[in-house]
Design a binder for this molecule. Structure first.
Ligand code: SAH
Length: 346
């Protein structure tokens, strides 16, 4: 719900100030519409149904993959639309991947959202609603929403006020959804001013940085943002973040066939990350309409082994939901774009 708008409406109707809080409480408790806000008199519930949508974004369809991934499309009254993905893990745990912008201005070559171009920033409430939707689905299947990752559409550090506002609503405490901040991860393209701001924020969320290359020429070809914030600046900002927060930074590295996956790239990456507090997540490329292909499994294993030999912690992040265009980098509101590029999928 749009709480500002709701507050103004309730005030106009002469309702007591605590009504807005009651509505927020009901939403956090899982109410799906005004008729489920049981703290309100029936007449008020009915009047609200007529005047203001309970949700700020309405789910407009979903697709599910046999691997347990569910992807929703959500649309706001102004037409802005995003996708949200629920990812299933063993042991009844679920992760929600939320979007922070309805599009993306950063144009990374491998990312379908980047190909959409810029869209508007989401509000904190619009971000939180994605998690609420995912939590309701998780609980309906006997599972628990344990993690939130800002790895959907958009660049979270370009919309940091709303993202931090959403984190505050998601995190523990009487006002929050009870998700531990350590189980909230913000992934950035490497937006340096945002990293500095995040370092000063009290929430102990995790930071993931999409590096994807170990030299500036390769990174700039993949990610135009590198022309503005090259690798040395970015890693300096990450080191300052580690020093200020005492937390390590997760480095995301997408392995692209013949582009950034040679043994020399692994050695260069290891030397960049030496004496830092980094953990590398090697990511399998999910097909998009872009020119790239995934590294073959043996090259991926060799890359990981080379990093480990150099003393850098590295894990491989397996792709989920690619068959329904719900995997990282595939969120573009257009399943057909991805379908066209899918022959390499099983
Ligand atoms: N803008 C943020 C968060 C969104 S993308 C960022 O750049 O980090 C979340 C992650 O998915 C990023 O690491 C991104 O680089 C990665 N990604 C983008 N396209 C991908 C693709 N086609 N396959 C796999 N991962 C991809």
């Amino acid at each position: 719900m749009n709480r500002d708008e709701l507050g103004r409406l309730l005030q106009r109707w002469g309702e007591p100030a605590y009504r807005a809080r009651q509505a927020a409480d009901a939403r956090r408790a899982g109410a799906a519409g005004w008729d489920e806000v049981t703290a309100f008199p029936l007449a008020l519930r009915a009047r609200l149904v007529e005047h203001i949508p309970f949700r700020s974004m309405e789910p407009q369809g979903e697709v599910a993959s046999p691997d347990g991934t569910v992807k929703w499309t959500l649309r706001a009254p102004d037409g802005a639309a995003v996708e949200t993905v629920l990812i299933a893990h063993a042991a009844g745990r679920r992760t929600v991947c939320v979007s922070s912008q309805a599009g993306c201005a950063l144009a990374c070559r491998f990312c379908a959202t980047g190909a959409m171009g810029p869209g508007r920033d989401l509000t904190a409430d619009e971000i939180v609603e994605q998690a609420l939707l995912a939590r309701a689905r998780a609980e309906a299947t006997g599972a628990r929403l344990a993690n939130v990752v800002f790895m959907g559409m958009g660049e979270p550090l370009q919309n940091l006020d709303a993202v931090l506002g959403a984190c505050d609503q998601l995190a523990d405490g009487s006002e929050g959804l009870g998700i531990s901040p350590r189980r909230i991860a913000i992934s950035t393209v490497g937006w340096v001013p945002g990293i500095a701001r995040l370092a000063r924020h009290p929430a102990t969320v995790r930071l993931a940085v999409s590096l994807h290359a170990a030299d500036d020429a390769t990174r700039s070809a993949l990610m135009p943002v590198n022309l503005r914030y090259p690798i040395a600046n970015l890693l300096a900002a990450c080191r300052r973040y580690c020093d200020t927060t005492g937390r390590r930074v997760f480095i995301e590295y997408l392995l692209l066939d013949g582009v950034n996956d040679a043994p020399a790239d692994a050695r260069r990456l290891a030397s960049l990350l030496r004496d830092g507090r980094f953990h590398v997540n090697l990511i399998e490329y999910n097909p998009t309409a872009g020119p790239d292909r995934a590294s073959p499994p043996e090259r991926r294993r060799a890359f990981q082994a080379a990093l480990r030999r150099a003393g850098i912690e590295a894990s491989v992040r397996r792709s989920r939901g690619a068959d329904v265009a719900a995997a990282c980098g595939q969120l573009a509101l257009e399943p057909q774009t991805v379908q066209a590029a899918r022959p390499s999928l099983k």
